[in-house]
Design a protein around this ligand. Sequence first.
Ligand code: NAD
Length: 508
Amino acid sequence: MMVDGTRGPAENDAMTLQLLNRIGGARVASVTGGSFEVRSPTDNSLVATAPASSAADIDRAVAAAKDGFALWSRMPAPARGEVLLRAGRVLEQRKEEIALLMAREMGKRLEEARGDVQEAIDTAWYAATEGRRLFGRTAPSELSSKLGFTVRRPVGVAAIITAWNFPVAVPSWKIFPALVCGNAVVWKPAEEAPAVADLFAAALAEAGLPPGVLNVVYGDGESAGAPLVAHPGISLVSFTGSSPVGRRIAEVAGRTLKHVSLELGGKNPVIVLPDADLDLAVDGLLWGAFGTAGQRCTASSRLIAVGDVAAKLLPRLIARALELRLGDPLHPATDLGPLISEQHRERVHARVQDAIRGGARLLCGGEISRDPRLAAGWFYPPTILETARGTPIALEEVFGPVLTVLRADSLEEAIDIANEVEFGLSSSIYTRDVSAAMRAVERIDAGITYVNAPTIGAEAHFPFGGVKQTGNGHRDGGWAPYEFFSEVKTVYIDYSGRLQRAQIDNRL
Ligand code: NAD
């Protein structure tokens, strides 16, 4: 939405942030001077205005990043790591401020928003020490007086494009490893959460990151994201978002052979066996399905109930779901905040309606509340539907507080159901039987499997990502992204003083 000078009732100019792009250490408006508004999904109040950037802004940012790269890539990796150590400290000091803005801007509950910032802090600690590792390898040469080893080198300018639902954690997963490896970055944060992105970028500037090393350009996917991906000055693209956009990015980036890392959608199953601890399973299902109002790529969106467990599990689950309170994400009693936008709520509601028309049985939720206290925001109740295998609601990502229940006669059938979607991000099984748990670990096609825990809850020092249409084989998190954000150079040093021929000399 463009700024048109109109103001809504709940607005307070003192609380409205005027954001600017961050290019080459300067804060600048978009080349066209255009901007867009960001409104809180809780009460529609104006949170920020941000530059509506386009290809000309991307050109500027990539040029600044090239200059930043020239300096930063030559700084020793341990020194780069120290900047990230300071960034972690600044984020710690600013944790509450960032979490409060996050809760207001994109509607995540304050407790979860704090967790989002904490994940970036954890990632900073990991990245800082990685500056003293970035291991190469050595192996014996097949020739005498010759040494072979590898070193890791920066790649160039990285384009980082992120979704709004983890507006600090996910960018940190990408930006920190990119920086430690010596790359410069142009980041296009989600248009729904630019204000919190700006605080994150400010923390890095405060930590002493040199100008031009991290450049931030605000705007939407078509106008700002697409020209960034296509830009010839970009060497790698790291993207988190939906699968359709990920496919387009891979296509465009492939034309110029950019390296591409994609973290995309999910439709994550929770298998519950009859021997499971049902209290634990109910706690896990509620947290996994309705945390962040279900707007997590790892949300538990399919419950696969095995054998007779449904008869005991579902009444408890429904009773507890009905107790969950919708409300202001800043209020400590709130269990579910709003969905990100009116349009997204319409999409979620339409999916639920279509499913019911297609024969799904509504077990709870499914109606937009008429409570006047919720009227200004995009709230949607925790919704549970039972459906047959193969229906759209059982296969497609909803990205809202909607849990689909499916039944299976055996563990084998449950695993088949778990695997019959196009995604493969997270998964979970509740059982006390270690053999059943291990069969699920072995056979479920997913990047992550939890045993006796819900599908959400990634830790910063483990790889994170998925198989099938969830990604293209790369991982964020832990040690994995350092491979993506650097390239290997193999070095041979021959100190024999004579020509030695590999594969020919020194043979018996
Ligand atoms: P989205 O794909 O619509 O947008 C994500 C980002 O891509 C935004 O910054 C957007 O501006 C940008 N974008 C859109 N079109 C573009 C284009 N043509 N070129 C370049 N950039 C473009 O995703 P969303 O709806 O905002 O986020 C929700 C999706 O993200 C869900 O599918 C969710 O599962 C996924 N997600 C995945 C992970 C993961 O790690 N696997 C984490 C969080 C969210």
